[in-house]
Design a protein around this ligand. Structure first.
Ligand code: ZN
Ligand code: ZN
Length: 215
């Protein structure tokens, strides 16, 4: 028989699907990690915790202290919560990508007026004035849509799933349906509003925390 010590067999949760994508600058969030005797997966907006799975690596040493502190804070009281069943979730809706205005093509270029500074110094002859650049609205770059370059925001798909537009209200707090869709098929999933715009998730094999939407 194949050796499976250390690998959980009582759950088939795809932890990788809860990780951040390749564009995430915090590289340690791009795959599941082990910390304090648990295995975690997170994209920074939500996190899942399951029992330790030795197939994954310990979090890099320099990240351990701060993450240990925040994850303990998020997860320490989840067992004592009163949970309720998740309501039936609406389908996700797509919107036109605002970056490319639904064309699928967009290229960012340094602003021709402020050379990327976002502001200009104007002189009256008596004084110098710092003003926001009108051409780029202070962003320092201009979106050019007459281009062959694929839009980075929607990956050329023209449509995006907006995290905010796809929010629903649970226990008086807004939460993104995009995040809930990731969790919804976990076995026996229940939720509880923790307060402070945080939702606790319980399922067979672990717990989760999802950040609510504050505005
Ligand atoms: Zn400018
Ligand atoms: Zn786009």
């Amino acid at each position: 028989m194949k050796q499976t010590i250390g690998v959980s067999t009582d759950m088939d949760i795809n932890l990788q699907s809860f990780c951040a994508d390749e564009y995430e600058v915090r590289e340690y969030l791009q795959k599941p990690f082990n910390l304090d005797g648990f295995t975690y997966a997170s994209n920074g907006h939500y996190a899942v915790r399951t029992k330790l799975n030795d197939a994954y690596s310990e979090l890099p040493e320099d990240k351990r202290e701060s993450l240990s502190k925040s994850l303990t804070e998020y997860f320490n009281d989840l067992e004592d919560k009163t949970y309720q069943a998740l309501p039936k979730l609406p389908e996700l809706t797509f919107s036109d990508c605002a970056d490319c205005m639904g064309s699928g093509f967009m290229e960012k270029q340094e602003c021709f007026e402020c050379n990327g500074d976002g502001e200009l110094i104007l002189s009256s002859g008596h004084n110098d004035y710092e003003v926001e650049c009108y051409s780029c609205s202070g962003h320092g770059e201009i979106k050019r849509r007459n281009t062959e370059v694929k839009c980075e925001c929607c990956n050329g798909e023209k449509k995006i799933i907006d995290i905010h537009k796809n929010s629903i209200e649970l226990s008086g707090c807004k939460i993104s349906n995009v995040y809930l869709q990731k969790f919804k098929d976990l076995k026996n999933i229940m939720y509880s509003y923790k307060g402070k715009y945080q939702f606790a998730i319980k399922f067979d094999g672990g717990f989760g925390v999802i950040m609510g939407i504050t505005n």
